[in-house]
Design a protein around this ligand. Structure first.
Ligand code: 5RP
Length: 232
């Protein structure tokens, strides 16, 4: 039996979406890839949001059976609102995955995690057969880390251990990400803290080195996850 719930009916993306037109174009490119029976990993952020809206329309118009594996509560609720059934890695391996990014360099290395969802994003991307990163061209950079810090999700009581480890790796600035609209730090969906870390230089092994710090759950540096980059 379906829920007879009103809560999700008014769910909408209230934040302004930058470069909306470009993001919409690349969202439609992603929707065009959807086939009946697909199990799709769904990233988070505004570009992924526009893509899942476009996918929702295609599913309705063509009466497709699709399952989504969401990377955040926010995107899970959007799927629910659109009538797209969700599942998890316990049940299925995704056929393909799509997601946005904050930075993409010429080696296809990424910085992700402005929305703090990078742990599940990397997990579902790693499990997936094929990956698409969808960006507008403001996300393309020559040098990774030139615009954004690297988000690092840290187990709360490991905060100082992680800070010391990140300094050893050459961190020049470490900020404990604040919660929006209230005092104190943001708490991730996994119950952890997020550090935003600037480095003097990010070498090709930095993702691995950050991951080796005890207490680090995951970082938003993606250097080892093959993906096709679709640029609007
Ligand atoms: C969330 C992410 C997003 O994909 C990234 O921040 C890009 O967001 P947007 O599509 O809103 O520009 O990694 O954790």
């Amino acid at each position: 039996m379906d829920w007879n719930s009103d809560i999700l009916k008014n769910l909408a993306w209230n934040a302004t979406i930058s470069n909306r037109e470009s993001k919409q174009k690349v969202a439609e490119q992603i929707a065009a890839k959807v086939k009946d029976g697909d199990i799709i990993g769904v990233g988070s952020g505004s570009t992924s949001y526009l893509a899942i809206l476009a996918i929702g329309e295609k599913i309705k118009a063509e009466k497709l059976n699709v399952l989504a594996i969401p990377t955040s509560v926010e995107i899970a609720l959007t799927c629910s609102n659109l009538g797209i059934p969700t599942t998890s890695l316990y049940e299925y391996k995704p056929d393909w995955y799509f997601d946005g990014a904050d930075e993409v360099d010429p080696n296809k290395h990424l910085i992700k995690g402005r929305g703090g969802a990078m742990f599940k994003e990397k997990l579902i991307m790693t499990a997936s057969e094929r990956n698409y990163i969808i960006v507008d061209n403001s996300k393309l950079v020559d040098v990774i880390g030139s615009k954004f810090p690297v988000p690092v999700e840290v187990f709360p009581s490991a905060l100082m251990v992680a800070e010391a480890g990140l300094k050893k790796l050459g961190a020049t600035e470490i900020v404990l990400r604040p919660a929006t609209g209230k005092d104190g730090p943001i708490i991730s969906e996994n119950g952890n803290l997020i550090l935003d870390v600037k480095f003097e230089h990010i070498d090709k092994d930095m993702e691995y080195k950050i991951k080796c710090i005890t207490g680090v759950i995951e970082s938003g540096l993606f250097q080892n996850q093959p993906a096709e980059i679709l640029v609007a």
